[in-house]
Design a binder for this molecule. Structure first.
Ligand code: HEM
Ligand code: SF4
Length: 556
């Protein structure tokens, strides 16, 4: 794993010292809240509904056990003993006191972490496939280029005041687990005709109030050109992006308003002009970073014990069926730890749970952890011989829920429980849906299903790309929940379609239950997922299930 060098360390420490001074001046009143706001946002500090919120970056979702333990320590010492893992591979602390934040940042710096550029109109945390470096269908580990992009974008003098925030996601695999088509820049590693690795560059995707699927700007970009090409894109956006209207400021609107061709022309022009300036230093750096990401020393041992444990213990078998993914090394598996226990807050982990996960990574996982954009934690390299022990430890820590990819593995934004922008609650709705499906015991029968919930149109909960999306709104002071269907956040990204009028807080959970149990009667067989059934049949039969009374009224 990449560790900070002396330059990184000195840079982060000096930012902490600078912010400590700014906090002191805010507390003694020499800075007003208005003066302080841009300074705190440069360091990931928001003001939420009830308190400050500190957003810490987990670059490309990768953590080592010492870092995870430090996150737990910070949660205990300066917050309420838990943290919230988000869809952009960050962790958020919801209750810090202003005077403690510099100490929290100092504690992060001790383990090579920070909160720089986790807010503001800058290039945000670069995210990546959470199975990177482990998964069977990968061309190359995308994290070295993500790290290169992180170093290039951090404190980049030209890109500190972009028209709006800017998000980059990278994947090295055929199956897109990084939602690249819903990012400002999405990078998908592909091979050209002669087998060389490079990137398909996607631009202008995004959710929020105007959801858009990203468009292909370049179908093949040689790996070595990545940095000057990304610099060209962001420079063009910096010049053309709208600064007159916050809601039209993202690059998706720039691409939409100017047309893909014009953007392509300008980017290629700028790329030609600046690429000479990249004299190979970036490639030398990339080679060093790649060395730091060399795969761990995989071991070879029997998996007989694993097979026997599966036969002997149905609960373990059920967990292995849902929470494991295929690893590229023989005898290994990728473990997804669900942070979505039925009835709990999606994405929240207690400090004790963080420590358990850190211990497991150390003991059985070659010292690596990942945060997934679906708000779960991954142990990317576990030998099957160790899985029964891992499962046992997870059970004891309340972390063994066997629901990855199922109805209760819900992404939910913080909504009205925390967020100042919220117009409805998200967390209790997610909790009720998860509990309801657990009571019915039909989650496994339903199979792959992505339900995603946001508490306002900003779409932090990714509802547009949920197979079932739920958007909470305020209608004359009453919470109202709209349902979208058919969304998809993978390589076949689709924005969901609105099903019809919204539901009240009381009616939304029964409506979802009706929808999902109704799907069981519509599918061809157990292998036809909700999304595939929707794609085959379209909206109408689902609408009839959701609005039965209206259907009768229309027929009368
Ligand atoms: C204090 C809490 C939060 C605030 C104030 C906040 C604010 C926002 C705003 C204003 C947007 C809309 C940006 C735009 O497209 O113009 C947004 C989008 C988004 N937020 Fe949040 N958010 C918060 C928490 C979260 C959390 C907890 C997550 C993850 C669970 C998250 C993930 C996202 C994502 C993925 C988007 C979509 C961005 C895009 O498509 O470009 N946010 N957020
Ligand atoms: S979707 Fe809206 S309510 Fe939810 S976290 Fe984002 S800004 Fe807040």
């Amino acid at each position: 794993m990449y560790t900070y060098n002396d330059f990184d360390e000195a840079f982060v420490r000096s930012r902490v010292a600078q912010f400590r001074g700014q906090v002191e001046r805010r507390i003694n009143g020499s800075l007003t809240e208005d003066e302080f706001k841009p300074l705190r946002l440069m360091n990931g500090l928001y003001l939420q509904l009830h308190a400050y919120m500190l957003r810490v970056a987990v670059p490309y979702g990768t953590l080592n056990p010492a870092q995870m333990r430090q996150l737990a320590y910070i949660a205990d010492r300066w917050d309420k003993g838990y943290g919230h893992f988000t869809t952009r591979q960050n962790i958020q602390y919801n209750w810090p006191k202003l005077q403690d934040v510099p100490d929290m940042l100092e504690a992060l710096a001790d383990v090579g972490m920070h909160a720089i550029q986790t807010s503001g109109n800058t290039i945000r945390n670069v995210t990546a496939d959470h199975f990177a470096g482990a998964v069977a269908d990968e061309i190359e580990d995308p994290r070295p280029v993500a790290e290169l992009l992180r170093q290039w974008s951090t404190d980049h003098p030209e890109f500190q005041f972009l028209p709006r925030k800017f998000k980059i996601a990278v994947t090295g695999a055929a199956h897109d687990r990084a939602v690249t088509k819903a990012h400002d820049i999405g990078l998908r590693m592909v091979r050209n005709d002669v087998g060389e690795p490079g990137f398909e560059v996607i631009v202008g995707g995004g959710l929020g109030r105007t959801p858009m699927v990203g468009k292909v700007l370049r179908s093949f970009l040689p790996k070595g050109d990545l940095l000057p090409y990304c610099e060209a894109i962001v420079s063009v956006y910096n010049l053309l992006g709208r600064r007159d209207n916050k809601y039209k400021a993202r690059i998706k609107i720039t691409v939409h308003e100017n047309g893909l061709e014009k953007i392509q022309e300008l980017v290629e022009e700028r790329f030609a002009a600046i690429s000479e300036g990249f004299t190979g230093h970036d490639q030398a750096l990339l080679a060093q970073i790649e060395d730091a990401f060399a795969p761990p020393a995989f071991v070879s041992q029997s998996t007989d014990g694993y097979e026997a444990a599966r036969l002997a213990n149905p609960a373990f078998r059920s967990w292995t069926d849902t929470n494991l993914s295929a690893h590229k090394a023989d005898g290994y598996a990728i473990v997804s730890i669900s942070i979505k226990k039925h009835g709990a807050t999606p994405g929240d982990a207690t400090s004790d749970q963080m420590r358990v996960m850190a211990d497991l990574a150390e003991q059985y996982g070659h010292g690596e952890l990942r945060i997934s954009h679906e708000q779960n934690v991954i142990l990317p390299h576990v030998h099957k011989a160790d899985l029964a022990a891992v499962y046992q430890a997870l059970r004891e820590a309340d972390l063994a829920t066997a629901n990855i990819g199922l109805a209760s593995d819900i992404i939910a934004c913080p909504g009205m429980d925390y967020c100042a922008l919220a117009t409805a609650r998200s967390i209790p709705i997610a909790q009720e849906i998860a509990t309801r499906f657990d009571d019915l015991k039909i989650e496994h029968e339903i199979g792959a299903l992505k339900i995603k919930i946001s508490g306002c149109i900003n779409a932090c909960g990714h509802h547009h790309v949920g197979h079932i999306g739920i958007l909470g709104l305020d209608r004359a002071g009453v919470e109202n929940y709209q349902i979208t269907l058919g969304g998809d956040g993978t390589e076949t990204t689709t924005i969901g379609e609105r099903a019809g009028p919204g539901f009240s807080a009381e009616d939304i959970v029964p409506a979802i239950e009706r929808l999902v149990t109704g799907y069981l009667g519509l599918r061809n067989d157990a292998d036809e997922t909700f999304l595939r059934t929707y794609r085959r049949l379209g909206m109408e039969p689902f609408k009839a299930i959701l609005y039965p009374a209206e259907d009768k009224a229309n027929a009368a």
